[in-house]
Structure formats: C-alpha cells, structure tokens
Design a protein around this ligand. Structure first.
Ligand code: SF4
Length: 219
C-alpha cells in the first residue's frame, strides 16, 4: 500500500527461492528458536546460523527502544523510559509490562494480586499488548456469562464487570495514542510490536523434540 492506502505492486524481481529460505531462518531466529535447532533445520555451519541470531538481537533492541517510548500507566498517562530501564525494571506479563519489584525479580510469576493488571499501579501496557488485552476482555465476558448462568453472587459478576470496564479503558487509550501517530511511526510501532509478540510467544512455548534424520548409505 502507498501512503494513500492504494495497492502498489510488489517488485517481482525481489521474489526468488533463496529469499524464502532466508525468511524461514530469520523468522525462527526472531521467535527464539535455539541456535543448535536452527542450525540443524537449515543444515548450516554454526557461524552462518549465528548471523541470523545477531540480526535478531539487533532487531529486538530496536523494537524495545521503540516500544519503551510508548509505555503508559493503567490510566493511559505516558510513562516513557529508556530501553535499558524497560528491559531491566519491568517484566512481560500476559497483558503488558509489570514493574512490581518482587514480580520482576520472580520473572513475572509472582503477582501478588492475581494478574488483575488493569487495576494495578505497577501495570505498564504498551501498544503491543493490545491483542492480548482484547482477547482477555473477551474471555472475561465469557466468564461473566458463565457466572450469571451459575447464579453466582452479585460480587462475582460485579468484579468481572469492573475488570472488563477497566481493560476497555486501557485498550481505548492505547488505540487513541496509536491513532494520533503519523503513518510511518504507526508502521514502525506495528513492526516492533509484532516482533515482540513473536519473541514472547516463542519464549514461552515448549519446543517439540527435533529428530534429525540422516541419509544412510544405499547398499
Ligand atoms: S497485577 Fe500488578 S503486580 Fe500483578 S502482574 Fe499485573 S502489573 Fe504486575
């Protein structure tokens, strides 16, 4: 698309089979696939595989620097920080960043108030958190319907409603801030957010055991 939103043709001379191989390797490196696994997948020598991980690290630093400028508190007030502070003093939790010291120390696994982030003073959402926040709002709505069907006490339904409302306010502020940015900054932000989402997803999932099949000599 051009800046007016019109479809612009992609230069077909830039599409060639080796580019698919290169993209495959870079996307694995960006998603946190370990060097030895990627080396086996690509049948590379170690130095070549490390090249993809160096690019990945560089892109991650750039993405962190971009996102650190867009961090807010739960009410949507800007809380920009340096990329170093973003990485050292916060930890990724399901719906954004957390700066609560004991939880940061525990790698994000020791939230004292059961991850009710939108009501917490230590919550630091960034635009990259938006898809996770929207998913969470949908799942809270489903929980509320289940609670009603179970004839749960009012306080249970009220608590779910309060959480839905507060996450909706966080999401609205994130959309508002993003929409106010010029197109090129929005594109840069989206690229950084997508990379961080891939890294977080890759960091948490269990890798399936990789079986390397080597050809036997034909007899
Ligand atoms: S609720 Fe607060 S302390 Fe808990 S994970 Fe969310 S931001 Fe951190």
């Amino acid at each position: 698309m051009d800046s007016q939103g019109n479809a612009s043709g992609f230069d077909r001379s830039l599409i060639y089979p080796y580019a698919f191989r290169h993209s495959f390797a870079q996307r694995h490196a960006d998603a946190g696939t370990p060097v030895d696994v990627l080396r086996e997948l690509m049948d590379h020598d170690p130095k070549t595989t490390m090249g993809y991980h160096r690019v990945s690290l560089k892109r991650k630093r750039k993405a962190v620097a971009t996102l650190s400028l867009m961090v807010t508190d739960r009410s949507g007030a800007a809380m920009p920080c340096s990329a170093t502070a973003y990485e050292q003093r916060s930890v990724a939790v399901p719906f954004g960043g957390c700066t609560e010291p004991s939880n940061v120390k525990a790698g994000g696994h020791a939230c004292p108030i059961r991850f009710q982030c939108s009501g917490c003073g230590f919550y630091r959402p960034a635009p990259s958190s938006l898809p996770a926040i929207e998913d969470h709002i949908n799942s809270l709505r489903a929980d509320r319907e289940t609670a009603r069907a179970m004839d749960a006490a009012d306080f249970v339904v009220d608590d779910l409603t309060a959480q839905i409302d507060s996450y909706q306010r966080v999401a609205a502020k994130a959309r508002e801030r993003t929409a106010a940015m010029p197109d090129h900054e929005q594109a840069e932000l989206e690229e950084a957010a997508a990379l961080m989402r891939r890294l977080r997803a890759g960091g948490d999932h269990e890798l399936l055991p990789l079986t390397v099949v080597t050809k036997r000599d034909s007899r």
